[in-house]
Design a binder for this molecule. Structure first.
Ligand SMILES: [Zn+2]
Length: 144
């Protein structure tokens, strides 16, 4: 049996999927991020004629969460109109790691085939680079 909370999160992502702006790749992606207090923030991919400026759905959702004052991710849902469920790209994995933890659940669903995959964030990004790696240097920018 599926976790009803995850199904609700997938539905939230589905609800904004049509708003994806992807005229270049034609790959439409939406994401829903559940914060630690249960609130859900959504995002879609926003492409640009200058391709490198494209923003992924996952990072758009995380930015909305942070703008609302939340700092911890509990779970993530991704939906895309690709035959296979899309995993988050490398940049998004790093951004998710900033606010999640290795056990954070990431579920991805294809809107075309209904195929589904899920991972723990620690599987997607083992040995994540985190604030702990730079802690000793923070706040000490004096010249050597
Ligand atoms: Zn991405």
């Amino acid at each position: 049996m599926q976790d009803p909370g995850i199904e609700k999160l997938v539905e939230k992502a589905m609800s904004v999927h049509r708003n994806s702006y992807a005229p270049y790749s034609n790959v439409h992606v939406a994401a829903a991020v559940e914060a630690d207090d249960g609130t859900v923030y959504t995002g879609v991919n926003v492409e640009n004629a200058s391709y490198g400026l494209t923003i992924c759905a996952e990072r758009a959702a995380v930015a909305a969460m942070v703008a609302a004052g939340r700092r911890r991710i509990a779970r993530v849902a991704i939906v895309a109109d690709t035959p296979e469920p899309l995993p988050p790209c490398g940049a998004c994995r790093q951004v998710l790691a900033e606010f999640g933890d290795p056990e954070t659940l990431v579920v991805s669903v294809s809107t075309k085939t209904g195929r589904r995959r899920s991972w723990r964030l620690g599987e997607l990004l083992p040995y994540a680079f985190t604030a702990s790696h730079i802690e000793e240097n923070r706040g000490s920018d004096a010249a050597p």
